[in-house]
Design a protein around this ligand. Structure first.
Ligand SMILES: [Mn+2]
Length: 344
């Protein structure tokens, strides 16, 4: 809990901070924000990850100092593990042998740390790091503010998901007061993709169809599409959400060919439609409105099974209530790593 984290920071000096592989804005923004906070308190801190971070986050203060490694040694007094369902998610060897501080806002998190601070009411870990800053008597510097703002804006879909609360907006307001320019951050996050994203998007969208009820949309991405568009990792983030922009579409399925007869599948939904249950039927998992799985087999046949399962899930939720609820959960930008553990 928070008081244990505060005490740990007061008593220890050399810290590592890490997050999950294929980090999202909350993972990277919160890690860097915490790093700047620890440094402002006179501590030694560095962010360590095992793989590259998306281009959109590379402009964050401190991103150029991130250390890439696959194994951690004993040089840290403690390692903060941000937004991870388990200790293997950062893909760093020997992490479990460290003094681990687990900080997350997901209910699905294992208590794998020596200290576990889980706050499921926080919109993002970024909001928790803000609270931590206040609790340790730190000052929100411009660097901390930019990192935490990015965490908030990405995890709340620019403040339009249902996880956005008055507290989220209050924290965002405080960060803007310190000098964050929301338009600059939004531009970096949402309007800085390479053209290959647009090319790939046009090809993927050319495959989109709806089932007979018109409520479930599904689309495909072949290996050839990805290769010919020279897509970099992350260029297809968020595609699965695009069909949800149609009023009548309540759920979306995005199948990506990743090998011979092998596909990675993302699911998104609106309101009370539970796509995690759909994903579980195929060995995957995730959240109510965002989930995923891997599937092996004939493409058409697999697609048919997925669509049928999704249509059933939509019918199930209709029996609960006649009116679709407003969009909830992580629908918007694709929060790849929000979907844990198997998705995307
Ligand atoms: Mn998050």
């Amino acid at each position: 809990m928070l008081s244990q984290v505060v005490e740990l920071i007061e008593n220890r000096h050399v810290f590592g901070i890490t997050t999950h592989v294929r980090p999202d804005g909350d993972g990277i923004g919160s890690s860097l924000g915490l790093c700047w906070l620890l440094r402002s308190l006179g501590k030694d801190a560095e962010v360590i990850v095992s793989d590259g971070i998306p281009m959109a986050y590379q402009a964050l203060p401190g991103a150029d100092e991130i250390v890439y490694l696959s194994e951690v040694n004993g040089k840290y007094d403690a390692v903060f593990v941000i937004e991870c369902s388990d200790v293997s998610r950062p893909n760093i060897r020997n992490l479990e042998k460290q003094y681990v501080v687990n900080i997350d806002h997901h209910a699905t998190c294992d208590n794998f740390g020596t200290i576990n601070w889980i706050d499921t009411t926080a919109s993002a870990v970024g909001e928790m790091i803000y609270n931590l800053c206040k609790a340790v008597g730190g000052r929100i510097t411009r660097e901390i503010a930019e990192c935490l703002y990015l965490a908030l804006v990405t995890d709340t879909g620019s403040f339009h998901f249902s996880n956005t609360t008055d507290r989220t907006l209050k924290v965002a307001s405080e960060l803007v007061k310190v000098g964050v320019k929301p338009a600059v951050i939004s531009e970096a996050v949402y309007n800085s993709y390479p053209w290959s994203r647009i090319e790939l998007m046009s090809r993927v969208l050319s495959t989109v169809k709806r089932d007979d009820t018109g409520r479930v949309a599904y689309m495909r991405q072949t290996m050839e599409m990805r290769e010919s568009s020279k897509m970099a990792d992350g260029d297809n983030n968020g595609f699965v959400n695009i069909p949800l922009a149609a009023k009548d579409v309540l759920a979306s399925i995005y199948m990506r060919e990743i090998g011979d007869r092998e596909y990675r599948v993302s699911f998104r939904s609106k309101g009370s439609i539970n796509v995690a249950k759909v994903a579980e039927q195929f060995g995957g998992g995730g959240h109510n409105n965002a989930a995923g799985c891997r599937i092996v087999g004939d493409w058409d046949e697999s697609e048919l099974q997925l669509v049928e399962a999704m249509v059933a899930a939509v019918a199930d939720s209709n029996s609960d209530s006649d009116e679709p609820e407003p969009i909830t959960g992580f629908v918007g930008t694709e929060q790849v790593n929000e979907v844990r553990p198997q998705a995307d």
